[in-house]
Structure formats: C-alpha cells, structure tokens
Design a protein around this ligand. Sequence first.
Ligand code: KG4
Ligand code: ZN
Length: 345
Amino acid sequence: MTLVLGIESSCDETAAALVTGDRRILAQVIASQEEEHAPYGGVVPEIAARAHAERLAPIVEKVLREADVTLADCDAIAATAGPGLIGGVMVGLVTAKALAMASDTPLLAINHLEGHALSPRLADEHLQYPYALLLVSGGHCQILRVEGVGKYQRLATTIDDALGEAFDKSAKVLGLGYPGGPAVEKLALEGDAQAVPLPRPLKGSKEPHFSFAGLKSAVLRAHETGNYSDADIAASFQAAALDCILDRMRKALGEMEEVSALVVAGGVAANKTIRGGLEGLAAEFDLAFTAPPLPLCTDNAAMIAWAGIERLEAGFDADPLDFRARPRWPLDPDAEPARGAGVKA
Ligand code: KG4
Ligand code: ZN
C-alpha cells in the first residue's frame, strides 16, 4: 500500500501528515500560528517563516511516531513547493529535501493549489475526473475544470481580491480579528442578510471572472455610516459574496464541457452558507456535489500527501533535489491572464 508523508508550510499552518493510497490518514498534525499573527490582523511573512522553522521538524517526528512508521516506510515525501509565502515554502521544501536525501526516498514537490484541488478525492472515493471546481481560499478564487492529475483548465479567477481575503478584511472592519472567515460566518447567523445594500461586483458580466475589492470597500463604507449592526453587515456581506459566486459559477457551468460533479475546496469552502448555495446550484445542473470535510478545507498536509499519492499513481517522476520554491505557480499555465490579475492568478 502506497504511503506518503506530506508537509505543508505555505501560509500560517505548519502541518505534516501520513496518508495511504486507500485514503487513510494515519496521522496528522496542524499547528496554527493564529496567536502570532492576530495582533497584526493578518499573516506576517517573516514571523510565519520563523515559526515554521521552529515547529516543522518536531511535527514530522510526531506524525511518524503516532503512525509508528519510519521515513524508509514511505514511498515518497511530498511537500508544498509553492505558491505561497516564500520563506515558509522554503522551510517546508528544504526540510523535505533533507529527509528525502537522508532516507533515500523520492521527493515530490507539490503545488499547494493542486493539494486543494484534489483534496475532495481524498474525502470521496467516488469522485471521478473531470469535475468542476471552485477553489476559494485566502489567496485564490478560481473556477477550474479538473481533468486529471496535473491537468487543469482555468475558466475564471479574481481580478483583484480573493474571497477569503474579502472575508478577512471585512472581519477586520467589524473588529472580529484574524482569521476572519469563521468569525464573519458566526456573526452572520445573528444578522439580516437583506438589511445592508451591498454591490455584487461583475454579477451578470460577460467576462467570466470574480471581483471582491468593491464589495470589501462597501462593507467599510456601510460600517462607517453607523446605520447598521455588525451582524447585519456580516450577513449582508456573506449573502452578496454568495450571490457573486453563484452567478459566476452558473455562467461557468453553462459554458464548460461535461463534468461529473461540482466541487468546492479551499479555506472558504468551510463556510456553510457558501457550501449550501453551491449544493443548490449543483442540483440545478443535475450534478453531484462534493465538499471536503472542514479540516480538509483549510490548509493541511493530508491534502499535500494525497496529491503526492495521486502523482505517484499517475506515473509522474520524483522531483529533483534542486527543485526551486515558487512564490507563484498557476495550475493552468495556458490560461489567459484576466485583466488586473497579475498578482493573484
Ligand atoms: O485554504 P486556506 O486555509 O489558506 C490559503 O491557502 O489561503 O484559506 C484560508 C482562508 C482565510 O481567508 C479564511 O478567512 C477563510 O479561508 N475561511 C473562511 C472560513 N474558514 C476559513 N471563510 C469563510 N467562512 C469560513 N468558515
Ligand atoms: Zn490553501
């Protein structure tokens, strides 16, 4: 049975996991750096890199001990090699290289986005290629047609902010601290989603992309008027975001070649309102709907190990020990650049 050690360190979670080819997570540890970054209202790259450097080795040791396996038992060591905050990515990748070299085990340099994109297949053995994927995280908001391992067609991306970023910035305006997504979701439960008139950027647009910068600014302006409760702002923001997501996804599904399912992945996929809305959309298109369980939505190493397993099983070669850490690494290098999207595509 294939066994892969996964390592994740591209943002503010230091994580390691051991996953088998038959979808068992033998052990996993996710150490969040929330406390370190909370005073700054967002992730500070230098602090993140130092924290990964301190924590990663003991975490790897812990998962190996918990699963009672050695590095020599692993078929590969898979680490996120990008995209992400480069200091953190380098800590994870260099650690994986050293472990691979010392144990004479193949290295797999994994695209973090591929980890998110394939995570639903770790959770759901029935999910078949090709599927339509909404990848929504702190750094990305993309619609992809996932055709197989390493085969992605990007149909849409954001021209400014990612949706997770809009959640985090709205949370900051509402004084909810970092990370904002879960806090906004919780507060929204007490609010009226119709109370605050907020824009739906690019809704109905002929271009396929997303835009959330205008929505984020409108949240700030609504807050400054003093006319609305924070809960009403949170609920109205979430409703506006969902409205945009459904509009863009409906357009993409209408234009996409056949797929087996509608899938959502990435940190924002943890949001129940967004999951619920997408489930309804899938039913509209007569598609199965899959979303990974919450701990597999936000950053974790099981998805990185799983992407490694998929790569091994698809016959991809191991990666060389001089593989370079990549701050940017699009899943679909052939996708046309969206206007203004140089930064986040
Ligand atoms: O995938 P992820 O853990 O890291 C990146 O690769 O970016 O996503 C983190 C993002 C953050 O912006 C966070 O606020 C958001 O996912 N998030 C949520 C929820 N849980 C996490 N957004 C909305 N609702 C949630 N429940
Ligand atoms: Zn992520």
